[in-house]
Design a protein around this ligand. Structure first.
Ligand SMILES: NC(=O)c1ccc[n+]([C@@H]2O[C@H](COP(=O)([O-])OP(=O)(O)OC[C@H]3O[C@@H](n4cnc5c(N)ncnc54)[C@H](OP(=O)(O)O)[C@@H]3O)[C@@H](O)[C@H]2O)c1
Length: 315
């Protein structure tokens, strides 16, 4: 007989009001699975998109659904055929989008998505790394084809957000010359991440700022078709626009290609990012920390556009 656990979940798609904190059954790990005692999870914009039901074709959910695609915690139990993890190990992971998530005291994770947690980060704060840092790395090095030491120029649009902060750090570390958009409250932090130039998007457009062109443009903002086309215009001939948010029309006449990111969970890559955190080369920025019971309020704040950067949910 397994005990209950606290979880935030929803029984139907809808606004943040569908979220309830409830007692739920504590799951048992099957083959290849790890039961993680959750220390922290996060809010990601996609959590709201899934909750609203917009992605039910792509990520069909079994309702009630527990949100939370990032997990940081400790191994509580391992299922059959799990190697490399023992009870008590501190772990983090980017969980499958349509499986029960980590806004609960316990979550099941496929062992294949877990990596050892950073030793230098707070146990709950470590949840702010997996999905967004993987997105930033994959966008830069897989989709945009950035390579270390080539000195390419990169524009990060939306650099003060969760993905953007990691993208600026990783691009600068790879030797790229980074231009970043940021509102004034975050500009010093983004500059500290290695951005050579900051454009205040609340005061000017990139075109007005005369930023020139870039080998790669990383778009992390939900831009209108006209704004997206302007960003494509900022790509140098033969370059690329990579977007996490919207599709963009390429410009074959100038050999400008465009790509839309679909972030992939990757435990080996996550372990590399953890190593960068522990060596002091990648900083985890937390905008806010809220207890599990506040998750419905966090979703409501996001819907009203009042959620800056990464909010960690402590469990
Ligand atoms: N496709 C995928 O696999 C994938 C994966 C991860 C994330 N995403 C998406 O990528 C986007 C960014 O994610 P995130 O977690 O980084 O979100 P976030 O933390 O909310 O950051 C978004 C940032 O965009 C900035 N911003 C807003 N309007 C702007 C504008 N007009 N120009 C420039 N910057 C602007 C805001 O900064 P200021 O305060 O400076 O305005 C904000 O910090 C979200 O839409 C998310 O859903 C997609």
């Amino acid at each position: 007989m397994r005990t209950d656990m606290k979880a935030v979940r929803y029984e139907r798609y809808g606004s943040s009001e569908v979220l309830r904190i409830e007692q739920a059954e504590r799951p048992a790990p099957g083959a290849g699975q790890v039961l993680v005692k959750v220390a922290g999870t996060t809010f990601n914009p996609v959590d709201a998109t899934i909750r609203e039901g917009y992605l039910k074709e792509v990520f069909p959910l079994e309702l009630p659904h527990v949100p939370g695609i990032d997990v940081a915690g400790t191994v509580a139990e391992t299922g059959d055929d799990v190697e490399g993890f023992a009870v008590g190990d501190a772990v983090i992971g980017f969980l499958p989008m349509n499986a029960p998530g980590a806004a609960a005291e316990y979550v099941l994770a496929p062992a294949a998505v877990l990596a050892a947690a950073p030793k230098t980060a707070d146990p709950a704060d470590a949840a702010a790394l997996p999905s967004v840092a993987l997105t930033a790395w994959e966008a830069l090095f897989e989709y945009a084809g950035l390579a270390a030491g080539t000195g390419r120029s990169v524009l990060v649009n939306g650099a003060s957000g969760a993905v953007g902060g990691y993208a600026v750090q990783l691009a600068a570390r790879a030797g790229a010359v980074v231009t970043a958009t940021s509102s004034p409250p975050h500009a010093d932090r983004v500059r500290g991440y290695g951005a050579a130039r900051i454009v205040d998007h609340t005061a000017t457009t990139l075109a007005e700022a005369g930023v020139g062109t870039f080998d790669a443009v990383l778009n992390l903002v939900t831009t209108s078709p006209a704004e997206t086309a302007e960003l494509v215009g900022l790509v140098a001939d033969g370059g690329v626009l990579v977007s996490t948010t919207v599709d963009a029309v390429p410009d074959p006449a100038r050999a400008v290609r465009t790509a839309r990111v679909f972030a992939r969970s990757d435990a080996n890559l996550l372990a590399e990012l953890v190593a960068l955190v522990d060596s002091g080369d990648l900083h985890i920025h937390i905008a806010d920390r809220r207890p599990l019971a506040d998750l419905p309020a966090v979703h409501a704040a996001a819907a009203e556009g009042r959620l800056p950067g990464k909010t960690v949910i402590t469990v």
